[in-house]
Design a protein. Sequence first.
Lengths: 89, 546
Amino acid sequence: VAIPEELQHIIARRNRRRLLFAGIVLAFYASFLLQYIGLVDFFAGGSSLLGRSTLYFCLLIVGFVVLEYLYLRARRREDGEDRLRKDLP
Amino acid sequence: MRWLRVAGAALVPNGVLAASSDLASEVTRAPLNLSAIAMFLLFVAATLSISFWASRRTRTSGQFYNAGGNITGLQNGAAIAGDFMSAASFLGVTGLMFIGGFDGLIFGIGAFAGWPLLLFLFAERIRNLGRYTFTDVVSMRLDGDRTRAIAVISTIIVVMLYLIAQMVGAGKLIELLFGLPYHVAVIVVSVLVIVYVAFGGMLATTWVQIIKAVLLLSGATLIAFLILLQQGFDLGRVIEQSVAAHGKGEAALRAGSMISDPVQVACILVSMMFGTLGLPHILMRLFTVPTMTEARRSAFYASVFVGYFYLLMVIIGFAAAGVLASDTRFFTASGGLVGGSNMTAIHMAQAVGGDLLMGFISAVAFATILAVVAGLTVSGAAAISHDLYAQVLCKGKPDPARELLLTRLTTLVLGLLAIALGIVFQHQNIAFIATMPMVVAASVNFPVLLLSLYWPGMTTRGAVVGAIVGLVSSVALTVIGPQVWVDILGFERALFPYNYPALFTMPLALTVIWLVSLGDHSARAQIDRDNYHRQLIQSEFGARMP
C-alpha cells in the first residue's frame, strides 16, 4: 500500500516527536536510579528540608506532567492535519 | 525505638493489593466501625443508583465494553486514575514510607512514570485502531486467531492474579477496618461488583471509578491539609518532627534506607512502568472516548490526578513518623503499629481528623477496592465474550443478544470465582501473586503491543513465540525468586535473586519477537508486513485505507 508523501512526512514528524518525548521521560526516569548507584553525590547532600532525593521525586512528577502538557499543545496545533485523510487513495 | 520494631513489608502498591506479611497473615478484627460503615453504605447507595441508570443505557455488548464511547477526556482521565490508584497505592505507599522512608517512593515513581509514555506512544494509536480491547489492536494486522488466543490467555492471567490479590487484600483490609468477618467482606465486594458490572457495564464502572477517584483525592488532600494546619503550614517542622521520631533519622529522607541494591530498584522501576503500559483493564479505558483527541486528554488528566496523588503521599508518608510517634493509641504493647504498617494512613486520618475522618478514609479504602475489582471484571468479561467468543469462535459475526448474555454470564462467573479464590488464598502468602501481574503485563502485553504499533517487521509467529517466552520466563523467574522460592517453598536461597524480573524478561521477549520475525519467511509473514501501512494510516488518521 503506497502512502502519499505528504502523509509520510506527517507520520515521520509525529514519530520523531513521540520518540523525543518518550526518550526524555525514560532518561529522567533512569536518572532516579543514580541515587542508588552511589556514583552521584548530588542526592546525598543539601540542607533542604525534604532532602534532595525527595525534591527530585517531586520534580520528576511535575516535570513529566509539564512534558505531557507541551506534547498536547504541540499535537493540538496539528489537529487540522487529520483532515488530510480525504487525500488517502 | 519503636520504629525499629515496626514489622513487615507493606502492601505492594500500584493497584496490586496486599503482598504484605501484614495482610497475608491473620489480622486482628477491629470493633465494628459504625461511622465507616454508614459512609460506605452511602457510597454503595449512590453507586447502585448509577448502576440502575447505566443499565438502561447498556443495551448492546458494545455499550457494555466501552460505555458507548461517549465518555469525555476529563471523565475518562478520572476513571483511569480511579482504576489505577488502589487501596494499595494509598495504604501501601504510606506504610512503606512509615517503615523505610524515601524508598517507599520507588513504587510511587514507578507507578506514575508509565502515564507519560502511555500518552506519547500509545494513546492515539490504540484509540484509533481498537474497538473494545487491546487485543483488537495487536491482532489487527496479524493472524487474528493466534494473536487473540495468546492475548486472551495473557489478559486472563493478569486479571485473575490481580483479582486474587485484590480479593485477599480486600478481605483482610475490610476485616481490619470495618470489623466484618473475612468471608463476609469478600462476598460483599464480589456481589456489589457483579451488580455494577453485569447491569451497568463499563458505564457504571466508569462512574464508580470517577466517584472513587474524587473521594480518594479529597480524603488524601484533607489529611495532608490537616497535617500542615497542625504545624502552621510549616513543612520544615513536619519533616523535622518525623526525622526526630524515625528510627532511621535523616537517612529516612535519602535513597537506600530500605532497598540498597540498585539492580533490585531497577527491577521494580521497569516492572512498574512497563507493566502499567500493558495492563488490559487500563488500556481498555482508551476505547471509552469518542476521538483520539479525547484519548490524549484522558492520558493527560490521568497523569495529573495520579501525580497529584503521589505528591500528597510525600506529605502524608513523611509526616506519619512525627504524627503517630507521640500517640500511644496507635502502637501495640510490643511497639508495633496497631494493625500493621498498612494502617499508617488510617491512623493518620484518626490522628489529624478524629473518628469521623478515619471512618471516611476507611470507607474510601473499601470504595477503592470495589472500583479496581469492577475494572478488572469488565476487562476479563470482554476478553472472554468479545475476544474469544465473538472474534475467534464466531469469526467476528456473533449473535449480538448471545454475546451480551455471555458477557453478563462471564461477569457472574468471574465474581463467583473471585469469591472462591479469595477464600482459597485466604491463608496463603500472596506476595508473588501481587507481583506477577505487573511482570507478566510488562513481559507479554507491552512488547507485543509496542512492536505491533511501531515495527513493520513483526510477524504473527514472532509475536506468538515472543509472548510465550515472555510469559514463561516471567512466571518461572518469579517462582525461583525470593518471594516464592524462599518465602513460600522454604528454600534457603533463591535461584534468581530479584522479585520483579521484568528487567530481564521484557528485553528477552522483545529480542525473541525481533529474531523470530526476522527469520520468518512464511506467506503469513509477508501478509503481516504488508498490512503494516494500512494499520499505520488508520492509527494516525483514524481512516481505513481501501
